[in-house]
Design a binder for this molecule. Structure first.
Ligand SMILES: Cc1ncc(COP(=O)(O)O)c(C=O)c1O
Length: 396
């Protein structure tokens, strides 16, 4: 009998999606489910992007260049310039989402058995990309009590081995909402240089930095040009998750040349989506201002409501649109499933992402959940109300 690969068997299930069948069952029973589990924003995609697809006159939906269209990459470089990131079109490879950018990056710089150090909790799909490329994830612990700030540099150094090739950070963080400061990035830059490591930064939430904070990119660190690889995406920036456009940015020519070979093997990023993404670059600043203030209001309301529940601890996010909440339960996996299978408050319930799946050290995060504040404020308030009633009943 033909058999499945060990790699295939080792691929983890998404902690975000694994409860979907239970949510579907709840819906069939007529229960309304508030989805706090997934980072699918309800924000409208900019009209310029939608119109560019509606109004274009393509007669053949052809492949584009493997690295992405010249016009689009040139315009992305201009966009980065506004963020004080100085790159050219040739230092950018357009990918099918940030996901493919991560996959190509891992494939380009790491061999079977090589190691990447990642502060945990981290975006769970980093596990999947690592397994797909035979790379070992080495987690470095960051805790809720420090709001998931950068772990001490000594903790990174203690984990560096001859197989360590890279450090990967997500800034601002999914699932933590933590925004690394310029000082923290510079500390990472120092060890990247000291140990000859790549510093990969997933900056897909760049625009979502709150409370007057400024996002500082790894691409802005002087002298780190040969070590940095930035991962980007239009998914969250323009609420265009379904467009499937991202990119790899690096000033190290070998990284770009190698990633291009992966890009050539899959031929081309999607053509229509590049048209939409190129037009999205014309989105007025007022769009971002409105989106940002909406998220800040949502965050404030969510955090303050959560803090009112006895036994709940929250790390106040400074960016992105997620937060980790520690709950007075032993097993958040079980609680999340119970919420969907057995509980409802006036025929409504919530779906959350159990946080253990965002840690790679077994046993961590078992009493935590990730909440995505991608819903309207009144739905967030209703959701926290449901959580409060559910905790009372679950713990009774
Ligand atoms: C931190 C982070 N990186 C990368 C991605 C991948 O995004 P996409 O493939 O939609 O660009 C996501 C999606 O949620 C994410 O949260």
């Amino acid at each position: 009998m033909p058999t499945i690969s060990n790699k295939g068997k080792a691929m983890p299930q998404s902690p975000i999606r694994k409860l979907v069948p239970f949510a579907e069952e709840a819906k069939k029973r007529g229960v309304e489910v508030f989805h706090l589990n997934i980072g699918q924003p309800d924000i409208k995609t900019p009209k310029v992007a939608l119109d560019a697809v509606k109004n274009n006159t393509l007669e053949v939906v052809a492949y584009s260049r493997s690295e992405g269209s010249e016009e689009y990459r040139t315009k992305i470089a201009t966009y980065y310039e506004k963020h004080d990131i100085h790159v050219t079109a040739n230092e950018i490879i357009v990918t099918t989402g940030g996901s493919e950018a991560l996959l190509f990056t891992f494939g380009s710089i790491m061999d079977e058995g090589d190691e990447v150090i990642i502060p945990e909790p981290f975006y769970a799909n980093y596990n999947g990309f690592s397994i797909a490329q035979g790379v070992k994830v080495v987690p470095v612990f960051s805790g809720i009590d420090s709001n998931f700030a950068l772990p001490p540099i000594a903790d990174f150094e203690a984990l560096i081995t001859p197989r360590t090739k890279a450090i990967l950070i997500c800034n601002p963080g999914n699932p933590t909402g933590y925004l690394y400061s310029k000082e923290e990035i510079q500390k990472l830059a120092k060890i990247a240089i000291k140990y000859d490591l790549f510093l990969i930064a997933d900056e897909v939430y760049r625009e979502f930095a709150y409370d007057g904070t400024e996002h500082f990119s790894v691409m802005q660190v002087k002298g780190l040009e040969q070590n940095t690889i930035m991962i980007d995406s239009v998914s969250k920036r323009y609420s265009m998750c379904g467009a499937r456009i991202g990119c790899i940015v690096s000033k190290k020519p070998e990284v770009i040349e190698t990633a291009l070979k992966f890009a050539q093997a899959r031929l081309s990023p999607p053509t229509y989506a590049q048209i939409a993404s190129e037009a999205a670059l014309e989105t007025p600043q007022s769009y971002f201002d409105a989106v940002k203030s909406e998220y800040v209001e949502r965050r404030n309301i969510l955090v303050s409501e959560l803090e009112k529940i006895e036994g709940v601890k929250v790390a106040k996010p400074k960016g992105a649109f997620y937060c980790i909440a520690e709950l007075p339960v032993e097993n958040a996996d079980d609680f999340a499933q119970w919420l969907l299978e057995e509980f409802n408050l006036n025929n409504q319930t919530i779906m959350v992402a159990p946080a253990a799946g965002f840690y790679s050290t077994p046993g961590l995060g078992t009493n935590q959940v990730r909440i995505a504040y991608v819903l309207k404020k009144e739905d967030l308030v209703a959701s926290v109300n449901i959580l409060k009633a559910a905790l009372k009943q679950y713990n009774a």
